[in-house]
Design a protein around this ligand. Sequence first.
Ligand SMILES: [Mg+2]
Ligand SMILES: [Zn+2]
Length: 189
Amino acid sequence: MKAAFIDRDGTILSNEDHLRREDDYSPTFNVFKGIRMLKNLGFLPVIITNQSGVARGYYGEDFVELIKNKMGRDLACEGVDTFAHYYCPHHPTVGLFPYKMQCTCRKPEAGMVYKAAKEFDINLQESIVIGDSTTDYGLAKNAEINFYLVATGTGKKFVREIEEEKNPLYCGYFDNLFTVAESIAASKK
Ligand SMILES: [Mg+2]
Ligand SMILES: [Zn+2]
């Protein structure tokens, strides 16, 4: 099994910073269609998201679950019934017990990727990471997975810095997740 590890904020959803209200749920262009294309290419969609808003007291874990279920309904509308979802509610220096802690799941640490890999028997070499920040890029490097940067969210701010590294894991800069999927689909034809 190969996986597409997909960031949430700025990649699936348009918000660059913490999503605090359900009303601000705003998917990026054609994102669920893009995830369906990735699924059809054999990638298990695995959403991997830092949610330190929980540690900071902005919202509870129930709100993270609510947004997960919302994405799940949108994915189901596109025919994607199977996806995985992992989040890190922690912060190393801010917040309250039990969330204020140095954990191994907060990206760029690869704890969530390794957990998913174990649970779904994922081959990381065939997998990809899609994200809008150096945090996602760092995750990709830590787990040695190919990385696709999107221009949605904070992508524009980080593209130069990431491209200057000339890391072979970096696969390019795309308008959004949908165009990442189109590009991968085209390369398989
Ligand atoms: Mg992001
Ligand atoms: Zn964590």
